[in-house]
Design a protein around this ligand. Structure first.
Ligand code: HPA
Length: 267
């Protein structure tokens, strides 16, 4: 049995064997959403091979149970590339998600905005992304399955369902292109001007490797950013991780309403 199947059996023994329908990865300052899951929380430390997450503001537990009547697996934290230089850090968790039965994944993150009309406190649905890191989590894969098409990687049907949920909740949900910068340093104002020229609407340090891994694993995927700041050079505000964590709850309330409405629509 693969590691993912061993871990999925371990999780079933603790959380029950009903299949999981959907996975949710929570970003910086959003980890508390996981506590709304009616089920069990399994520390990543109990799941060999799961990431050692060291970023403050994250909740390193896998929550398996029901949310709005839908069986979900919520990853309270992700490992970022900048933590250990491994772009494949989320491969095993997503393989486990697949082994638990899920066929869809919603990713969330905190991001900086490049659009003055999408200020801090907004939520942004990713229509597409730019992998500006030059990294790829599939490097080293041996089969032709590694040549993953990335057209419509951000699943149009999932995006439409999330838009419908946002509309039902009266939450504005603009769509835009997210650029992945490796971090952990923030970008320079010159880099942000460049990213704008390249067509990015938001910038962050996560999500893109997970979108690639999800498509590799056959998961339909969509991603939502909570905007915590204007990107470097776009406002007088000082950018910091403390600021990201302080601002994340603003968008998190909107995100939670969208996700709950979306899940209720799957019942
Ligand atoms: N840049 C990169 N990552 C981020 C930002 C940013 O401005 N804000 C929150 N995460």
């Amino acid at each position: 049995m693969s590691d993912a199947h061993v871990l999925s059996e371990l999780i079933r023994a603790r959380a029950g064997s009903a299949p999981v329908r959907l996975g949710l990865v929570l970003g910086s300052g959003l980890g508390h959403l996981a506590h709304a899951v009616d089920g069990v929380a399994i520390p990543y430390a109990d799941l060999p091979g799961f990431p050692h997450v060291g970023v403050s503001g994250h909740n390193p537990n896998l929550h398996v149970g029901t949310l709005e009547g839908v069986r979900v697996a919520v990853f309270g934290a992700r490992e970022h590339y900048y933590e250990s230089g491994n772009p494949r850090a989320m491969l095993l968790p997503l393989q486990v998600l697949r082994a638990l039965g899920a066929d869809r994944l919603i990713l969330t993150n905190a991001a900086g905005s490049l659009r003055p009309d999408i200020p801090p406190g907004s939520v942004l649905l990713l229509s597409d992304h730019i992998n500006y890191s030059g990294l790829n989590p599939l490097i080293g894969e041996q089969t032709d399955a590694r040549f993953v098409p990335m057209t419509d990687a951000h699943d149009p049907a999932l995006r439409a369902a999330l838009q419908a949920a946002a509309a039902a909740q009266g939450v504005d949900l603009p769509e835009g292109v997210y650029a992945w910068y490796s971090g952990p340093s923030f970008e320079t104002p010159a880099e942000i001007r460049m990213l704008k020229t390249l067509g990015a609407d938001a910038v962050g340090m996560s999500t893109v490797p997970e979108v690639i891994l999800a498509r590799f694993l056959g998961l339909n995927v969509a991603a939502i950013s909570t905007i915590t700041n204007m990107a470097a050079g776009m406002s007088d505000e000082k950018i910091s991780h403390a600021h990201t964590k302080a601002m994340a709850p603003l968008g998190a309330a909107k995100l939670e309403r969208i996700l709950r409405e979306f899940l209720a629509s799957l019942r």
